[in-house]
Design a protein around this ligand. Structure first.
Ligand code: ADP
Ligand code: MG
Length: 329
């Protein structure tokens, strides 16, 4: 069993079966006079985000790429393992991918959670390595590859060669920050308050890194001054302007990675280009914008949202090839 424990989504891959679970990394916790218990996990819990009464909290335990709440994270891992586990073998071997920036304490905690959930053996793989394997990059060879994984909470930028990470940087801005940027823009430009889900929807449907048309897209929210519901129209010009600061920060991070890449590997990147994975890679024209600003070819992985999970699954399947990239604590 392979698990991609993302800040926004968790995916589980079973050997030979592909992705068998794909749910938001969300846990709904109910507080009964100080005694907390888990009410719902995943899809069910996500529908509760922003809609919970006082004593219920919908938590994203990995939101910023670090574990904010160990107990809740453990409950979530256990829940997902049990869910796919029911129909399969007892005591599976589990491979979990972890962000390069995670601390030894966090890695140990993730491993312990999986063991507590019934795993026989737990191994970890660095997320950019898994992303590179998933994207089919020649990760085991002496060729430089760069992967930019734009998730919910973090953007992971990594340069790899010979199965190892040569340089990596984790930025605390990604898909969530894009949603917040859209919310701020709507408030400042149109006096309109919109919720997280609405912002995410705008991003997916009209969000762009480079505007290409002037189509109008209706958005509903609450007017700041009157407090009443209202509808306005947004265009790609709006979303591009709102998202620009986030994209600039990402480009800054990519340029820093390029400056820190050994020259021989830089030469490889001129030919190989950069590969985008994670849900943020689906933002319209993000590849064109990054390519324009770096002067390098930019490719989007085939299935950006599942790329890391697929790579983790491949590492599990082809153990001989990838064993040097797996670690245990
Ligand atoms: P993580 O690995 O951190 O869990 P994912 O790779 O699953 O993150 O990506 C989740 C992020 O991708 C969310 O912020 C989501 O809004 C964003 N996303 C998903 N689809 C699109 C899209 N079509 N355009 C822009 N962003 C998207
Ligand atoms: Mg991810």
């Amino acid at each position: 069993m392979a698990i991609d424990l993302g800040t926004a989504n968790t995916l589980v891959v079973l050997k030979g079966k592909g992705v068998v679970l794909n749910e938001p990394s969300v846990v709904a916790v109910v507080d009964n006079k100080g005694k907390k218990s888990v009410l719902a996990v995943g899809d069910e819990a996500k529908t509760m985000l922003g809609r919970t009464p006082g004593n219920i909290q919908a938590i994203r335990p990995l939101r910023d790429g670090v574990i904010a709440d160990f107990i809740v994270t453990e409950e979530m891992i256990k829940h997902f393992i049990k869910k796919v586990h029911k129909k399969t073998l007892a005591n599976p071997r589990i491979l979990i991918c972890v962000p390069t920036g995670s601390t030894p304490v966090e890695r140990k905690a993730i491993q312990d959670s999986a063991l507590a959930a019934g795993a026989r053996k737990v191994q970890l793989i660095e997320e950019p390595i898994a992303a590179a394997i998933g994207a089919g990059l020649p990760i085991s060879e002496a060729t430089g590859s760069m992967v930019i994984d734009i998730g919910g909470g973090t953007t992971e930028i990594a340069v790899m060669s010979l199965g190892g990470v040569v340089y990596s940087k984790s930025l605390r801005i990604a898909g969530d920050a894009m949603d917040v940027a859209l919310q701020n823009y709507m408030r400042e430009e149109y006096n309109l308050l919109i919720g997280d889900s609405t912002a995410e929807k705008i991003k997916k449907e009209v969000g762009t890194a480079i505007p290409t048309n002037n189509n109008k897209y209706p958005v509903k929210g609450r007017d700041i001054r009157s407090g009443t519901p209202k509808e306005i129209n947004v265009t790609e010009e709006d979303t591009a302007a709102a998202l620009n600061p986030i994209l600039k920060e990402m480009i800054g991070g990519i340029k820093m990675a390029l400056e820190n890449t050994p020259p021989e590997l830089s030469a490889d990147l001129v030919d190989m280009g950069l590969t985008l994975t994670g849900g943020g890679a689906l933002l319209k024209n993000i590849d064109k914008r990054f390519s324009k600003e770096t002067g390098l070819p930019v490719h989007i992985a085939e299935d950006p949202l599942a790329c890391v999970a697929i790579g983790t699954g491949k590492a599990l399947d082809q153990e001989e090839t990838f064993s040097s990239m797996l670690t245990e604590y």
